[in-house]
Design a protein around this ligand. Structure first.
Ligand code: C2E
Ligand code: MG
Ligand code: MG
Ligand code: MG
Length: 285
């Protein structure tokens, strides 16, 4: 049987071309092993108040430490996991891990955001997938924001909307990731329950030299304020970008300027070094 498996593996490898195909194949089959051996883990990137840098949240970003390949980024492995039909066990795992960190961050005034691919939204077991795994990790829904990514892939909009509404009623916050790109557009903002908009990094970059981009961002900031939503600007890399966004009415930012994705211990140290983090403990932004 081993010889047979090896033969079909070799056939696939030569078909798709060498080491890359071999790696993709091993990725499909080794997810359970990787989860069991803590090769899949989360890094946390701070979300900060633009005015003073206080940490008000953190986005959980998944990583895979591959024995041969080193640390692999999600954009490299998630498409393969999805193709192999293994997105649910991966999501279950990231939700549990995020939940474990949520309470300690919440007590320091910071929410945790976790990414969920929109392909899962209309699945029949989407609600237990989220609720059971958050509960298993000991997280309170109120401390957790669900970021919807890959919104182009929502295949049943009414079911997706009602599932998100249900999560919202349980206390979770809902965020639209990468807003302004692809299918992450105005009809989602109007049609889906939503507590937060994340302005895509491409707009943050563009705002430095494009007046129209600044007008659009300013209008989105006003929309968020009027609709009582949080707005987070993604991918702030330099101080000039922070200054531009502040002028446009944006209050929260995330990006290399504030910190790269980091281990939870490092993030907690950053949160606790906030001078008056004590006074923030009463409110979750
Ligand atoms: P995203 O949700 O938009 O996450 C932000 C990405 O931008 C992260 O890449 C982050 O490291 C990167 N980034 C943050 N600040 C900056 C900056 O200032 N400059 C630049 N150039 N990049 C910045 P990462 O961690 O590689 O994640 C890529 C994407 O993979 C994420 O985009 C998200 O869509 C997806 N992803 C991450 N974790 C998960 C997960 O647990 N589940 C699912 N379904 N998707 C995930
Ligand atoms: Mg995200
Ligand atoms: Mg994003
Ligand atoms: Mg983005």
């Amino acid at each position: 049987e081993i010889a047979q498996r090896r033969a079909s593996r070799l056939a696939l490898v030569s078909e798709q071309g060498g080491a890359d195909a071999d790696w993709q194949l091993s990725l499909h089959s080794s997810l359970d092993h990787a989860i069991a051996h803590q090769h899949i883990y989360l890094l946390f990137q701070p979300q900060c108040l633009l005015e003073n840098g206080h940490v008000v949240g953190a986005e959980a970003l998944v990583r895979w430490k591959h024995p041969q390949r080193g640390e692999i980024s999600p954009s490299e492995f998630i498409p393969h996991i999805e193709k192999a039909g293994r997105l649910k066990p991966l999501t279950a795992h990231t939700l549990r891990l995020a939940a474990r960190s949520a309470n300690v961050l919440a007590s320091a005034g910071a929410r945790v955001s976790v990414n969920i691919s929109a392909t899962l939204l209309a699945e029949h077991d989407f609600i237990p997938l989220v609720c059971d795994n958050i509960a298993a990790g000991g997280g309170r829904p109120e401390a957790i924001t669900i970021e919807i990514t890959e919104t182009a892939k929502i295949d049943d909009f009414p079911i997706a909307a009602s599932n998100l509404k249900l999560l919202q009623s349980k206390g979770f916050h809902i965020s639209l990731d990468d807003f302004g790109t692809g299918e992450a557009n105005l009809s989602l903002l109007v049609g889906l329950p939503c507590d937060e908009i994340k302005i895509d990094r491409s707009f943050v970059t563009l705002a430095q030299h494009n007046e129209r981009a600044r007008i659009v961002i300013g209008a989105l900031c006003e929309t968020a304020r009027n609709a009582d939503m949080r707005l987070v600007a993604e991918g702030i890399e330099v101080e000039e970008e922070r200054n531009t966004l502040t002028k446009l009415g944006c209050t929260i930012g995330q990006g290399f300027y504030y910190g790269r994705p980091m281990r939870i211990a490092q993030l907690l140290a950053m949160v606790h070094s906030d001078e008056d983090s004590m006074s923030k403990k009463l409110t979750l932004y």
